[in-house]
Write a protein that binds this ligand. Structure first.
Ligand SMILES: NC(=O)c1ccc[n+]([C@@H]2O[C@H](COP(=O)([O-])OP(=O)(O)OC[C@H]3O[C@@H](n4cnc5c(N)ncnc54)[C@H](O)[C@@H]3O)[C@@H](O)[C@H]2O)c1
Length: 261
């Protein structure tokens, strides 16, 4: 059943067809939603336009969340095509590569800390502040992406784990604040997936192997699985769910000890 028919979704965070945002786009499209996209910079423009075309969309707008006014300008342009929309996907994060390896206390700089928090967490607040007047459908839904490093110590994830903890708290406060306008805000905590952003994390291959070996389902997750969970959260079927972190990680977050060979 096309349970997102009639809904419009704005998607931030496509860098390639491996991006989690792309898995979400395909799923939202398959469930009947109409899509609009943003790209971070000129280097990504053509690629995002091509992927948008595959979803039947010609709404592709620039937005670099680290630039003051960029979110506002993007929404201003969007309002020329859509007066309102139902689904907002925030699938982006950044921390300096050199801070995503080694010892947290030795590797983390003040600038890196501020940049990671600003791009990966604050941007969700700014997006919600600016987009709230346009989020007006039957059951509007905002969805962001987190990782287990928000709530557990992890090798190399370092400042990004602290920024994801901020993001998850941000989701709860936004859910509280936007609930009075019937807008739901949730995040999906995805297991490790090989994407461009993931390539910046030292020893990422070992994370994939560890989840495959030790998670209850004994496999890694795909961008399609994350996408289908986003489609559920965006649907009227999830109209009672807000402020949550939903794990799509083959159950890895529940284990207390690695498998014994
Ligand atoms: N890949 C994983 O293992 C994994 C696991 C859990 C959560 N996540 C999260 O999923 C989200 C998407 O990442 P991905 O793995 O699909 O990687 P990706 O590299 O495909 O996507 C990251 C996106 O962030 C965007 N971005 C970075 N800085 C930006 C800025 N200043 N303005 C606008 N956009 C900016 C990039 O353009 C890119 O599209 C991120 O929040 C990431 O932390 C990833």
């Amino acid at each position: 059943m096309k349970n997102l028919a009639g809904k419009k979704a704005l998607i931030l965070g496509i860098a390639s067809n491996r991006s989690i945002a792309w898995g979400i786009s395909e799923s939202l499209k398959n469930h009947g939603a109409e899509l609009a996209f943003t790209y971070q910079n000129e280097k990504l423009k053509e690629r995002v336009e091509k992927l948008a075309g595959e979803c039947g969309s010609d709404i592709v707008l620039p937005c670099d969340v680290s630039v003051d006014g960029s979110i506002n300008q993007m929404l201003e342009k969007l309002s020329g095509r859509w007066s309102e929309f139902d689904i907002l996907i925030h699938s982006l994060a950044f921390a300096p590569k050199e801070e995503l390896e080694g010892n947290y206390i030795e590797k983390t700089s003040k600038d890196g800390f501020i940049q990671a928090h600003s791009i990966s967490s604050y941007s969700l607040l700014e997006l919600c502040q600016e987009a709230q007047p346009m989020l007006k459908g039957t059951n509007p839904s905002v969805i962001s992406l987190s990782y287990l490093g928000a709530v557990r110590g992890m090798p190399n994830y370092n400042v990004m784990g602290v920024a994801k903890a901020s993001l998850e708290a941000n989701v709860r406060y936004l859910a509280y604040a936007m609930g009075e306008n019937n807008i739901r805000v949730n995040c999906i905590s995805a297991g490790p997936i090989k994407t461009l952003a993931a390539a910046g994390i030292s020893d990422f291959r070992k994370m994939l192997d560890h989840v495959e070996k030790n998670s209850p389902l004994k496999r890694n997750v795909t961008i399609q699985q994350v996408g289908d969970t986003a489609s559920f959260l965006a649907s009227d079927g999830a109209s009672g769910i807000t402020g949550q972190t939903i794990y799509v990680d083959s159950g890895f977050n529940i284990i207390g000890m690695p498998s014994i060979d």
